[in-house]
Design a protein. Structure first.
Length: 274
């Protein structure tokens, strides 16, 4: 079993490197704190984890906290503790020497997810549930820009953004509000052409990949990757089928443009065109 998982890793890294050398000319660029700002550090087992939202990141942070001795079990750690507790250090918090030392000696990993599924998952989480940040900041701007005859109430609260409007915002080169890590490209978040990741896991094979990774770093035997869904746990996870239902609301050209938008992620991580 391990042998085939080693082969899968080799193949994923090969495709990632080939895509980088074909499309990116930044092989000699200097790594700055900005490039490593999404990377979390676990010093005990020497792990660097680049956070990709909506690809198991909350549970990965729980695992890192347990590895670090900050909790005895992943079950004990609440969502807010994971994201707002600042228990885990980020790589950009170290000086130049500390950053380079860790990049050169720690096991660097990232987990990714099919780009359209990741996008729908982010949309459902941020816009279909009450949210005191995404509705006023993104929702208001999106509704006022893309909805004809929007009601005063919608403009006031920013609630009720439709998927089609959200995609219009995403594809707009003059978008009214900036990008957000939940729908940005993995390519931008983790700089895989600049940082040579040792391990590339996929959300779609999470359990197998995660437990293989834990085996590789020599984690305690009793630590396994948690299966629970972190938020809105009574709701079905975003599946391929659910993703298709959302994308069916778009025009063919919007679907094509969305694919073009995530083209590098599709290519680099070997996802087939939906």
């Amino acid at each position: 079993k391990w042998k085939s998982l080693y082969q899968i890793q080799g193949e994923r890294k090969r495709i990632m490197r080939e895509t980088c050398s074909k499309y990116k000319s930044n092989n000699r660029r200097i790594i700055t704190p900005y490039h490593v700002s999404r990377i979390f550090v676990e010093d005990k087992y020497r792990v660097l984890y680049c956070e990709v939202p909506k690809a198991g990141c909350s549970n990965w942070k729980r695992v890192l906290m347990v590895l670090n001795g900050l909790a005895s079990s992943t079950k004990d750690i609440q969502h807010n503790t994971v994201h707002y507790g600042n228990y885990l250090k980020r790589l950009d918090g170290f000086d130049h020497k500390g950053i380079y030392h860790r990049l050169n000696t720690y096991t660097k990993m990232l987990f990714i997810r099919e780009p359209f599924e990741k996008l729908v998952s982010a949309f459902r989480d941020k816009f279909e549930h009450p949210n005191s940040y995404y509705h006023p900041v993104f929702g208001k701007a999106i509704i006022s820009r893309y909805r004809v005859n929007a009601t005063k109430e919608a403009l006031r609260t920013g609630s009720g953004v439709k998927f089609k409007e959200f995609v219009q915002y995403l594809l707009d080169v003059h978008r009214p509000v900036g990008m957000d890590i939940h729908w940005d490209h993995v390519n931008r978040l983790c700089s895989p052409c600049l940082i040579d990741y040792d391990f590339v896991g996929k959300f779609e094979s999470m359990e197998e990949d995660a437990n293989f990774f834990l085996h590789l770093i020599g984690a305690p035997q009793n630590l396994t990757f948690p299966k629970f869904k972190d938020r809105h746990s009574n709701e079905e996870r975003t599946t391929t089928k659910i993703t298709q239902q959302y994308f069916a609301q778009l025009s063919p050209s919007q679907r094509q443009q969305s694919y073009d938008f995530y083209y590098m992620d599709y290519l680099m991580f070997n996802y087939s065109k939906p």
